[in-house]
Design a protein around this ligand. Structure first.
Ligand code: HEC
Ligand code: HEC
Length: 435
């Protein structure tokens, strides 16, 4: 039997044997798997003799469904004073719009941090622990970080990720870099989560990913002896609720901002990003030109959808993967035909690290992605600008030369930010046994 099942069974047995016993007293010695050796209940714990039978049954049902959790512990390596998550030293180009041109839009204008959940150092620290804690899946094998690995740009190198019970996710995992700057604040490829706070509780409850219920999650977090102090630091008191779990994780994910790539170093050396960056090779500068210029000016218009300094979309769109999409994307959420096959536009920061690409992981390399944009755009009726469909045909493919493809690729690689992905503040805080 799995450990979790044993514990649940124990809870059930205890509840039934004890009648109205709400939870097991911490000090009660517990012998797993040997119900007949359990201590005799105190007279005080037996049901009130005058309790109405219905109320007694209710109390028994409540006690039986109340998830029983065995206390657990872990060794955490957290700094004495927390890392800085709340106030990253964002460069000028993130903060100030240099030209009234969308391509240079300052990322901060699209910040989706809600007023009731500002990122704090202690809040994001708690979020970090929750994010890396495999105790929080049904059989304690999978954490958020199992499918969002820092070395792969917080995504997964597998096409489809593997959940707690060996099942596969239906879509490819998403990189989390710069999620803070998706203006409409919706999450997932199909934008089904309205906020990041809401999103953060969904993987726990996903039957493939982590296999918990919300009540089960709260009970599990409460049983971890390192959590009350972390909740107290983050929220002012040690109370553990699902709402707080979601808020803390959202703070941690929002703190994953990339601003120390080679792109950022170069960008800080010029007034606007159409100028050549002194730290770039000629190929990288040429690739940047192709990325940020619209087709009529000799570029490819990638910035139409991967916008501004965060290189992220402002809404879901279609980039011509299929003329008829198997996956309805945002269309499934709204039921509207004009939303069929629209997908969230992820930030391209750290893109080099997170192959395979697209919602279904269909492209194994960036070269394949670039080939798609060069001449593989399919005439989906909802295809976004600068592409267009006329009489069922794509109006114009970009038809890149081999040289242009190479330059575009060189530019995309300047968005890699190892300083960020290797930053200990985003790494696991758990010390493995034996370390
Ligand atoms: C078993 C693998 C798996 C686990 C575990 C997992 N995720 Fe994910 N995550 C995915 C997949 C796959 C997607 C894309 C799903 C979709 O869009 O339908 C995703 C999408 C996301 C997104 C959306 C990003 C965006 O830009 O819209 C966020 C945020 C996220 N996950 C955070 C988390 C958090 C927080 C946890 C833990 C509570 C977690 N994930 C656990 C696989 C996983
Ligand atoms: C019409 C809007 C649009 C334009 C223009 C556009 N993209 Fe995209 N891009 C998207 C969308 C939407 C996705 C996600 C599609 C999906 O997975 O279904 C995406 C995904 C990507 C991905 C994969 C991201 C990931 O996390 O897997 C890369 C890389 C990419 N685009 C690069 C480019 C480049 C380079 C250009 C310019 C040649 C470009 N894009 C132009 C909308 C666009």
């Amino acid at each position: 039997m799995l450990r979790g099942e044993t514990l649940a069974a124990l809870g059930l047995v205890t509840a039934l044997a004890f009648g109205c016993g709400e939870t097991i007293d911490d000090s009660t010695p517990i012998v797993v798997g040997e119900p007949d050796m359990m201590p005799e209940p105190d007279a005080a714990e037996l049901p009130e003799p005058d309790m109405a039978p219905d109320a007694m049954v209710d109390a028994m049902i409540d006690a039986a469904v109340e998830p029983a959790e065995m206390p657990y512990t872990a060794t955490l390596n957290l700094p004495e004073s927390p890392y800085n998550y709340a106030a990253p030293d964002l460069p000028q180009h993130y903060m100030v719009e240099t030209l009234g041109f969308r391509a240079q839009r300052a990322a901060i204008l699209d910040d989706n941090t809600p007023a009731d959940n500002p990122t704090t150092d202690h809040g994001a620290t708690l979020g970090r622990v929750l994010f890396y804690d495999a105790n929080l899946s049904a059989n304690r094998t999978v954490a958020c970080a199992s499918c969002h690995k820092s070395e792969y740009g917080f995504s997964d190198e597998r096409v489809f990720s593997v959940g707690f019970d060996g099942g596969q996710t239906e879509r490819h995992s998403m990189g989390l870099t710069n999620a803070r700057f998706y203006r409409n604040g919706r999450f997932f490829w199909d934008q089904r989560a309205e906020t990041l706070e809401e999103q953060a509780l969904m993987p726990f409850q996903d039957p493939i990913e982590m296999g918990m219920t919300l009540d089960g999650l709260v009970a599990r977090v409460r049983a971890g002896d390192y959590y009350p102090a972390l909740f107290e630091a983050a929220f002012g008191d040690p109370e553990i609720t699902a709402d707080r779990v979601g808020k803390a994780i959202a703070q941690f994910v929002r703190s994953m901002v990339s601003y120390t790539s080679r792109y950022d170093v170069g960008r800080a050396m010029v007034d606007d990003r159409s100028q050549p960056f002194p730290n770039f090779t000629d190929d990288e500068n040429q690739g940047k030109f192709l990325f940020v210029m619209p087709p009529p000016l000799g570029g490819f218009g990638c910035f139409f959808c991967h916008e501004g300094e965060a290189f992220i979309g402002i809404e879901a769109t279609n980039d011509g993967l299929d003329a008829v999409s198997e996956d309805p994307g945002y269309g499934e959420v709204t039921g509207l035909p004009q939303h069929d096959a629209l997908f969230k536009v992820p930030s391209l920061r750290n893109i080099e690290l997170r192959a395979p690409y697209m919602h279904d992981g269909r492209f194994g390399t960036l070269e394949e992605v670039i080939d798609h944009y060069s001449d593989g755009i399919q005439p989906h009726p909802n295809l976004g600008l600068p592409f267009g469909v006329r009489d069922g045909q794509v109006i114009a493919q970009l038809n890149m030369t081999p040289n242009e493809k190479r330059q575009l690729l060189a530019f995309l690689r300047t968005l890699t930010d190892k300083r960020m992905t290797d930053d200990p503040k985003f790494a696991t805080p758990f010390v493995a046994a034996g370390d």
